[in-house]
Design a protein around this ligand. Structure first.
Ligand code: PGA
Length: 226
């Protein structure tokens, strides 16, 4: 049986102009010409909505080994929802959607009801939701098979959760759900510490934010994850 892939999700958050996004893609291409990225890592880049089509074009042009994800999407389907980006609009463009990141819960007051609606919209559009939880006891929606454990204190602080603790949380999530759940870890993951998470038996990926912004460090992180 083929081993399940290890996932690296890069979360650009609210960063980059369109031109900077294009340069990032070109620099990643130059890096990968010298050092091809491992095929056993499934890499998903999650830029802002405004960069999706630019990055998608570069993925095709340069055959970059990347899939696309979004950092959020609307809890509504298509319709009169000014300013929203909906799952049906994103269908065919992205494979994954991060749902319930702690920054959205904090700055956009996202409630569990809205988040569970977003997961339903993802499911309808064939987009895989990656549901973020901030501690092991939070409810995991029944229709979600992908969970990111992201303790708030570890995000952007340089103080990563230990691989052992992250693995114990992943194990607890899987036992509690009593079904197959892919658990990834996010919070100050770097090229230097990524290998310690790869080794853990219950973790299937990582979600770096800051370390995804520079193409060289992101590529190095992917190389070190193998
Ligand atoms: P960080 O962000 O890697 O910059 O800590 C991770 C995240 O918010 O997903």
């Amino acid at each position: 049986m083929k081993a399940a892939p290890f996932y690296v999700f890069g979360n650009w958050k609210a960063n980059k102009t369109v031109q900077e996004a294009a340069i990032w893609c070109q620099d990643l291409f130059i890096f990968t010409k010298k050092r091809p990225l491992p095929t056993n890592i499934s890499t998903v880049l999650c830029p802002s909505f405004i960069h999706l089509t630019t990055v998608a074009s570069f993925i095709t042009l340069y055959r970059l080994p990347l899939k696309l994800g979004v950092q959020d999407l609307s809890s509504f389907s298509n319709g009169a929802y000014t300013g929203h980006t909906t799952a049906p609009m994103l269908k065919g463009l992205v494979n994954f959607a991060i749902i319930g990141h702690s920054e959205r819960r904090k700055y956009d007051a996202e409630t569990e009801v809205a988040l569970f609606d977003k997961i339903a919209r993802c499911r309808e559009a064939g987009i895989e939701p990656v549901y973020c939880i901030q501690d092991a006891d939070m409810e995991i929606p029944a229709n979600c098979d992908f969970v990111a454990y992201e303790p708030v204190w570890a995000i952007g602080t340089g103080k990563a959760e230990t691989p052992e603790n992250a693995d114990a949380v992943a194990k607890k999530i899987q036992e509690r759900a009593n079904r197959k759940i892919t658990v990834i870890y996010g919070g100050s993951v770097t090229p230097e510490n990524v290998a310690s998470y790869t080794k853990m038996p219950h973790l299937r990926g990582v979600l770096p934010g800051g370390a995804s912004l520079k193409p060289d460090s992101f590529a190095q992180l992917i190389l070190n994850a193998r």
